[in-house]
Design a protein around this ligand. Sequence first.
Ligand SMILES: [Zn+2]
Length: 70
Amino acid sequence: MAEDPYTACAEQLALTPGLVRQLLVDHAPTEDGWCQGHHGHHERHPCSIRRLAEMARAHATANGRLRTPA
Ligand SMILES: [Zn+2]
């Protein structure tokens, strides 16, 4: 497990590919360059959650053959 909590969280998230995909969909950019996954306030795309989900996707891709979901 990575020592950096951000990376560790991405690795954990990578074990749940469905959730990663959902986060990537929810935190897609708007035409104006904002993240659409936030209600009540604006965040620039990519927001921190989007970046974390992209890290998780990279981990899931790298480990895809080893971590096939049941
Ligand atoms: Zn977002």
